[in-house]
Design a protein around this ligand. Structure first.
Ligand SMILES: Nc1nc2c(c(=O)[nH]1)N[C@H]1C(S)=C(S)[C@@H](COP(=O)(O)OP(=O)(O)OC[C@H]3O[C@@H](n4cnc5c(=O)[nH]c(N)nc54)[C@H](O)[C@@H]3O)O[C@H]1N2
Ligand SMILES: Nc1nc2c(c(=O)[nH]1)N[C@H]1C(S)=C(S)[C@@H](COP(=O)(O)OP(=O)(O)OC[C@H]3O[C@@H](n4cnc5c(=O)[nH]c(N)nc54)[C@H](O)[C@@H]3O)O[C@H]1N2
Ligand SMILES: [Mo]
Length: 798
């Protein structure tokens, strides 16, 4: 097997994000994937109008592009897709699936691109080639033999708007709303919380907000690894004098310092941009308390100003010496001197919101001591952040998985909005909420109907356009699909991309039950564990990637996607397909649909021949959102999706933006009060894209050659009688019957709050019980799990 980790090393990384480290890393992967020249030429087209849209993250694509509009991780994702390596027939000839079960994620994908449609052969336990038409006919027969409720159709967030629209239509014509997707494990908390708070299902920020903001509250997102192109926008904001106030459990390098690899001056002189002006290391799960603290400081300063008692701003048990409190007192004094009577935007609150009074009463009532112990921040820090917030005319709030993947994920997002509403920081230039999305088209898939919730799909319109009766029942989300696989009510799993078995919680039970499924169908570019484990009848259907030329009857095709800021972009493939046998995703979806549904009113062949006709169908289904879709496909900078909240029109049940007061500060965890329990947050390294492991180097965190590490605070290490570097086992510490353990992890002393610890996803997914999710959105609580850490008899190994 290739790519075995060499000797592992852990040491402190002293460099910035970006810089020469980034340039070196890009070169290394281009060479490893055997693409030095072809790859470098290709990257010039990344994220450019008329080029292809990066297959890594969903960050915005500007109208005025940089000469090179890609980042280190975008380059890795490109190289990984257009690699010269192939997992071809000879590879599958040489390995049984049972053998491949013991391979690591990296080694499976590193075999390269899949080249032929395959079917599992029980006699040899191998994937063997099958003609496309035969695969479609057989899948169709299998699906027709099952009841639609027994079938789950998963989507990972990469597939285009065109493919996603066709896929959800197929699912509904077949009779199923079981459309779980990666978003169910990702920003589902936002999809539930934002409509309740502001009547928008996605963030409201646009790129120009970065040019107009005075201050960015940057919460629980790791920009240097997960959306590095945004560093340019942050750098420009800092250069203009905007403040960046960060809340993160870790000191993440990308949020500290950045050297722009595209700036010759910065690269040659080594000058760096300091990204965060203030960095608050909150405990994981402590954000509701931390943000309540900020809100409390603002509300109490406002109270004091109203009562003309500036000296009271820092409260009864005043600690004026604390710089945070002093900052707020000074701010309030300056307001009083200017005869300004408030800190909050009462006009906005009155005209645009409901629920302020209850929220303010609750904020005043929470004692500082409680907010401090839960957040891990001091009152001074929370007050200091409040003073920075209050001094800024326009505050942009940016957040990611450290808020959404929590037992209280929905309430976390409510809190972000509550803070914004206090000073009207939504719907004006430079202010807004930016929910940083993950996969490159995960947001767009919802926009065109990938959802298990029938209320969110235009069912009546689909019925009218295509002459069928769509199912009206609520389908299964990802967690519910896992339940259904375990209890046997799901019999078939069709996957449009992704690596379900590694991404989900409750790994072991789902893997065991997965083998009893009647049918598994995987549409994919590269081999992963969800393909190696399989149902009684199993197909592996290889597709074109987005970077490849997609030639159809009417010529080369384009596809489209939606970015994190709700702009739509066209994308045109540039490279020769990895194999002549590949079909495009639309062609595969159409092939399965036709074989399953027989004659319908849908012109599947015409759609596959010309994706422009799919876009016409999308426009016919959503006329307002996709007006002139084909005409605007390659508009530089993309074209925006209408979002009423951007204009302060609140499509909520109250017709206003709602303050929603969380019912508690921290979730109830049934750990029976054991003191040695730590709270685990699962993290991404700088060398992975979700379950795709490019390599074993997390440069920014100084970890090299291994992924089986647990980041711990020095005091916790000592209190547990451990030492830096020793081997430990991690055990779930929630009271329940199943014992869950992962073994042979290495302790890494790290700058992390006491009581918190971190380890990589997906290695730790077997620790997560299925029920351990947000109650409303069902987003798994991947950023907060109580665990025990004990010495291991195993040596640390991958
Ligand atoms: N290179 C690369 N890019 C990616 C991905 C990838 O795997 N690799 N994945 C893509 C996908 S699908 C997604 S969803 C995004 C994910 O991107 P992010 O939203 O950045 O998600 P994570 O990397 O999981 O890290 C979340 C951050 O939250 C912090 N954190 C954890 N728990 C808490 C908490 O309770 N409170 C606070 N305040 N902070 C906390 C962690 O320290 C970490 O910095 O990135 C996308 N882009
Ligand atoms: N513990 C823990 N678990 C998590 C998370 C976490 O933070 N912690 N994060 C969650 C999040 S945010 C997400 S989004 C999920 C991700 O879950 P998924 O979206 O299911 O997983 P990926 O790793 O992105 O999928 C990788 C596979 O997609 C296939 N693929 C790549 N490109 C294409 C393409 O163009 N077309 C097709 N058809 N297939 C393609 C390849 O075969 C590759 O192996 O994981 C979740 N799981
Ligand atoms: Mo995600």
């Amino acid at each position: 097997m290739s790519g075995s980790p060499s000797e592992s090393r852990v040491r402190t990384y002293t460099g910035p994000a970006g810089g020469w480290g980034s340039a070196k890393s890009v070169t290394e992967i281009l060479v490893r994937e055997q693409l030095p020249v072809r790859g470098a030429n290709l990257l010039r087209h990344q994220n450019k109008p008329e080029g292809y849209m990066c297959v890594s993250c969903a960050w915005a694509k500007p109208a005025k592009t940089h000469p090179l509009e890609f980042c280190e991780n975008g380059a890795k994702a490109t190289a990984w897709e257009v690699t010269s390596r192939r997992a071809d027939r000879s590879f599958f000839d040489a390995h049984t699936l049972t053998e491949l079960e013991s391979w690591r994620d990296h080694d499976l994908e590193e075999q390269g691109r899949l080249t032929h449609p395959m079917k599992w052969d029980a006699a040899t336990d191998k994937y063997v080639p099958v003609p496309w038409e035969q695969a479609f006919v057989e899948v169709g027969q299998e699906l027709r033999a099952l009841a639609p409720e027994q079938v789950d159709l998963y989507t990972s967030g990469r597939a285009s708007l065109e493919t996603s629209y066709m896929y959800q239509l197929f699912a509904r014509m077949y009779g199923s709303n079981n459309l779980p997707d990666s978003s169910n494990m990702c920003h589902e908390s936002s999809s539930v919380a934002l409509p309740e708070s502001i009547g928008a299902s996605v963030g409201t920020a646009i790129l120009s907000d970065f040019e107009n903001t005075d201050c960015i509250f940057y919460i629980a997102q790791n920009v240097g690894t997960s959306s590095p192109r945004m560093l340019h926008d942050l750098q420009d904001a800092v250069d203009r004098g905007a403040k960046i106030v960060t809340f993160n459990m870790l000191r993440e390098r990308g949020l500290e310092r950045f050297v722009n690899p595209q700036s010759p001056t910065q690269m040659l002189t080594g000058s760096e941009t300091t990204i965060s002006s203030d960095y608050y290391q909150v405990r994981n799960g402590g954000d509701i308390a931390a943000l309540f603290g900020v809100c409390k400081a603002l509300i109490e300063a406002d109270d004091a100003l109203k009562a003309s008692s500036v000296s009271q701003v820092a409260g009864e048990d005043d600690k004026p010496a604390d710089p945070g409190n002093a900052a707020m007192v000074a701010f309030a004094a300056s307001m009083a001197a200017a005869d300004k009577k408030h800190v909050l935007d009462h006009d906005f609150i009155k005209e645009h919101t409901t629920g302020f009074e209850e929220f303010a009463i609750t904020a005043r009532r929470h004692p500082w001591a409680e907010l401090e112990s839960i957040s891990g921040l001091t009152r001074g820090q929370m007050t200091e952040a409040a003073a920075t917030y209050a001094k800024s005319n326009a505050v942009l709030t940016i957040y990611g998985m450290g808020l959404t993947q929590h037992l209280m994920g929905v309430q976390n997002v409510h809190m972000v909005v509550n803070l914004a509403l206090l000073r009207g920081n939504i719907g004006k230039p430079g202010a807004n909420i930016c929910a940083v999305r993950g996969h490159s088209n995960v947001q767009g898939q919802r926009t065109v109907g990938i959802t298990e919730k029938p209320g969110l799909a235009p069912l009546d319109k689909l019925a009218e356009l295509y002459g069928f009766e769509p199912p009206r029942w609520t389908g299964r989300s990802t967690v519910e699909t896992c339940e259904a696989i375990i209890d046997g009510s799901s019999r078939a799993f069709v996957s449009l991309g992704g690596n379900f078995l590694k991404a989900i919680p409750e790994t072991e039970a789902v893997e065991a039950a997965w083998r009893k499924l009647r049918l598994t169908v995987q549409i994919a570019t590269k081999l992963n564990r969800s393909h190696v484990l399989h149902g009684e009848v199993a197909y592996l259907l290889p597709c074109l990637g987005r970077i490849e030329v997609d030639q159809q009857a009417s010529g080369p095709q384009s596809v489209s996607m939606e970015s994190s800021i709700a702009y739509f972009h066209g994308s045109r493939g540039k490279t020769k397909p990895a194999s002549p046998e590949l079909l495009s995703e639309p062609a595969i979806v159409a092939g399965i649909a036709k074989a399953t549904l027989g004659e319908t009113r849908v012109p599947w062949d015409q759609w596959v021949g010309d994706y422009g006709t799919v876009r016409d169908a999308i426009e016919a289904t959503y006329p307002e959102t996709f007006r002139d879709f084909n005409k605007r496909l390659f508009q530089p900078g993309g074209f925006p999706r209408p979002l009423p909240a951007r204009e302060r029109k609140w499509v909520t049940s109250s017709g206003k933006a709602n303050f929603i007061t969380p019912d508690r500060l921290f979730p109830h965890l049934s750990t029976s009060g054991r003191t040695e329990v730590l709270h685990l947050a699962t993290l991404r390294s700088n060398d992975q894209f979700n379950t795709t492991i490019y390599g074993y180097s997390d440069r920014f965190r100084g970890v090299d050659g291994t992924r089986k590490v647990v980041f711990m605070n020095r005091e916790d290490i000592a209190a547990m009688g451990l030492t830096n570097g020793v081997s430990v086992d991690l055990t779930t510490a929630i009271e329940e019957e199943t014992a869950r353990k992962v073994i042979g992890f290495r302790v890494v002393e790290y700058n992390i709050p006491k009581g918190s610890c971190g380890a990589y996803f997906p290695e730790t997914n077997p620790l997560f019980p299925l029920e351990h999710h947000d109650a409303k959105s069902k987003t798994p609580s991947y950023k907060l799990l109580p665990i025990l850490i004990t010495p291991s008899s195993e040596l640390p190994h991958d």
